[in-house]
Design a protein around this ligand. Sequence first.
Ligand code: UTP
Length: 473
Amino acid sequence: MATHPLVTAFQQAGQGHVFAHFEALDSAQQAELLADAAEVDLAEIAELNRTLVQANAAAGVDLSDLAPAPYEALPKHGGDAAAWADAKRLGEEALRAGRVAAFVVAGGQGTRLGYDGPKGTYPVTPILKKSLFQVFAEKLRAAGARYGKPLHWFIMTSHINHAATEAFFQEHKYFGLDPEHVHFFRQGRMPAVGFDGKILLEDKHRIAMSPDGHGGSLRALQRSGALDLMQREGIDILSYFQVDNPLVRFIDPAFIGWHLKTRSEMSSKMVPKAYAGEKVGHFCTQRGKTVVIEYSDLPKAMQEETDPATGKLRFVAGSIAIHLLDREFIRRMATGADALPFHRADKKIPCLDAAGNPVKPEKANGVKFEMFVFDALPFAKNPVIIETDRADDFSPVKNAEGVDSPKTCAEDQLRQFARWARANGAELPVDATGLPAFAFEVSPLFGYDEDSFAASWAASSPKPAISAGAVLE
Ligand code: UTP
């Protein structure tokens, strides 16, 4: 029988071992392995082996000429109040014109949380235990009603959770959204390699493949037809957010307005770091470009450096993974000469050894390749960064316990509900951190930000009673 051209290509690339068990597989398994192999770009893997695997991993990140990135401060921190008001007006106009769509990246594996299922299905709200997806869906419904224009929602999944994610939405009738406005697509995959650069097998008929990182979203948006759909619908701005953060204001008129008025192709929200060593990416400039340097790459001395005049942290702008991206910028990144770099992550990867026996490694035995969306920033024209209040935009569920856990996230939601209620005159006991004495819940359909909450509150007669277990809907 003639050798399959893919088998020959793998042999020529020094990856022939991938087909070592091919003859012993049944025809369905052979087809599966060939389908996996067809997804692998052998030239790309050869290049990554040369640049990331064989090269000293620590050689890494270029830290030359780094300076703190400028940002638009909130008015209460000295920003220009008139400019913020103008931005908000512009953003509202764009929302009424239907120029903005929401985009959540939900292809991650959520290993730290250790939850069995797509992370977006995780129950997060304090009383009703609504899932992350339901919270976002209701924010979208409320914003669509507020601006008189239903919003489209793009949801990026991975091969691991795609079917379960779609089934969850079907089971819950899309949480009241029009299914025509909800668009699922899978992100790409990358094969894992051993430290010798050899592609790892998960099984005799399966390559060890994993999602290509949130940066893979740019190519996936193009490939899936999402950008064409946006164009047909007159949508030119995509609001990017992560699936693990129920606080995120992804329909934020002021942010959209800043993006528009500065003619930015990719905009970002920052929060001032809570402390020098906080584990967030740092917004910096480098020879005229905006870059994000991860905390693990920024030397401790720079993380801790203070401004002699003010005593404040110099590299203060922390990234919270909230961006606006222009449709045509995404297209350029996905199809043009500029491409996002890959990062190397050393991981424990269950695989087969050379004899075909399964191995469950105790320590890292190979490398996964991932792209990060913030690496698009240096390619964007006029990237603008705006400050936001952490309490209004960021409380992710990352870990099962401790920082950024379901507990801290539920408490931050409670603080937000209490803040909104008190700002509108409700009497509610809170502790020094703003945490109310009892749990209650505000549905995004009642209020998903300060303004929408205030509008519903003003329209309510009598005013909602807020007590333990109450739900404002
Ligand atoms: P994280 O970096 O927190 O990774 O992803 P994770 O996979 O969710 O969790 P751990 O690290 O395994 O515990 C940040 C966001 O990027 C998305 C995630 O779904 C999350 O919304 N993401 C990450 C993708 O969509 N694809 C990826 O390949 C990686």
